[in-house]
Design a protein around this ligand. Structure first.
Ligand SMILES: Cc1cc2nc3c(=O)[nH]c(=O)nc-3n(C[C@H](O)[C@H](O)[C@H](O)COP(=O)(O)OP(=O)(O)OC[C@H]3O[C@@H](n4cnc5c(N)ncnc54)[C@H](O)[C@@H]3O)c2cc1C
Length: 342
């Protein structure tokens, strides 16, 4: 079986199928697993020419476990040391003060490690830097799928193909085989997110919080990577930042130049902090498909599975919301495949 996409939905699905005895090939266009569970390795040089390296989680900063199934997975992952609980000090927004909120979770030592560990199973083949450009029924009329990466067909035929990626990307591959799913996927809105990330000198007046939720301005959420669980403490003379722009702001600036976006987000961060920062290293990342937009009017199942064709789809846009939705959807697709549900 082929699973295209090694974010949490694809990793959860692939792991469950492999544990049930299937040979599974996981393909992802990126250099490794994780998708939006992402950590950027940042390297910079100080004035003395000394190199510094740190990791900044520039995708989701955390996730929750609301359902019983997700809580069970999280508990097992905490016990295995794959996850750590995080109780950040939050200021602004809905929290209304520096009081700690309920527990959230982060993968350790980096966010993608969670997917890497799920995919670390003997029956799993992992293919990175493989952008799937087409899936096609086997030409000899026998059951099965051919998978093409950048126009080149892989030398094996798969019994089933599972697509585990954002809806706009899945729609392109689905259209020749399930036009109804392709249309529903295309109609599923996803929010973009411009993200500022970098390392500065420690500000003159330290910010005594881990996360800030500004009420106004371009930034929706600022994470200070000073003491994230399972990661090295930032040195006292440095501050590590990841700041997410608001959805509306990201939409309005989606096609703007990264340099211009970066300048505006640096200014917005300085406004929130009430002081400018002296940056060692700073950059921006554009997430074109960051988050699903909850829409109670849309009633999508947890996954799509066509047992006749051997074609399935999972991802956060089907599972509900965020990381938990991705995991639930990947699990649901694997269960459907194993039960032979149409
Ligand atoms: C900035 C940001 C903040 C977020 N904040 C939160 C939060 O606070 N809480 C929360 O729960 N969630 C949050 N999320 C969302 C959460 O990260 C996602 O919902 C979840 O990680 C989605 O997992 P997924 O497996 O469905 O998709 P993805 O992680 O997107 O995985 C899809 C994978 O498919 C691969 N792919 C796509 N097309 C192809 C192709 N043609 N061929 C091969 N590979 C392909 C991609 O490279 C990717 O690895 C945030 C996300 C971002 C970006």
């Amino acid at each position: 079986m082929a699973v295209v996409g090694a974010g949490l939905a694809g990793a959860a699905c692939a792991r469950a199928l492999a544990e049930a005895g299937h040979n599974v090939t996981v393909l992802d266009k990126a250099r490794g697993p994780g998708g939006r569970l992402a950590t950027r390795r940042v390297e910079w040089f100080d004035a003395q020419g000394q190199a510094h390296v740190c990791g900044l989680d520039h995708g989701t900063p955390w996730f929750d476990a609301r359902s019983a199934a997700m809580r069970q997975f999280v508990d097992a992952a905490l016990t295995a040391g794959w996850l750590a609980a995080w109780q950040p000090r939050i200021v602004g927004g809905r929290s209304g003060g520096a009081a700690p909120v309920s527990l959230h979770y982060v993968a350790v030592p980096t966010m993608p490690t969670l997917c890497q560990r799920l995919l670390d199973a003997p029956a799993l083949t992992r293919l990175w830097q493989h952008t799937v450009t087409a899936i096609k029924s086997a030409e000899d009329g026998s059951a099965g799928w051919q998978v093409s990466c950048a126009g080149e067909r892989l030398p094996r035929v798969f019994d089933a193909v599972m697509l585990a990626m954002p809806p706009a990307q899945a729609a392109v591959l689905l259209r020749p085989w399930r036009v109804d799913w392709a249309e529903q996927a295309e109609a599923t809105p996803m929010s973009p997110c411009w993200t500022l990330l970098g390392v500065s000198e420690a500000p003159g007046r330290p910010a005594a919080w881990d996360m800030a939720l500004p009420d106004s301005g371009p930034l929706a959420r600022i994470v200070q990577h000073r003491a994230r669980p399972g990661r090295a403490m930032a040195p006292a003379d440095q501050a590590h930042w990841v700041a997410h722009a608001r959805v509306q702001w990201s939409q309005a600036h989606l096609e703007h130049s990264p340099a211009g976006v970066q300048a505006q987000l640096q200014e917005a961060l300085a406004q929130v902090l009430g002081q400018p920062l002296r940056w060692h290293h700073v950059t921006v990342h554009r997430w074109r498909y960051a988050l699903t937009q909850p829409d109670p009017a849309r009633d999508l199942p947890a996954c799509w599975w066509d047992a006749t064709q051997g074609l399935g789809v999972c991802g956060d846009f089907l599972g509900g919301y965020g990381v938990e939705g991705a995991w639930l959807s990947g699990q649901a697709l694997a269960a459907s495949v194993l039960e032979g549900v149409v």
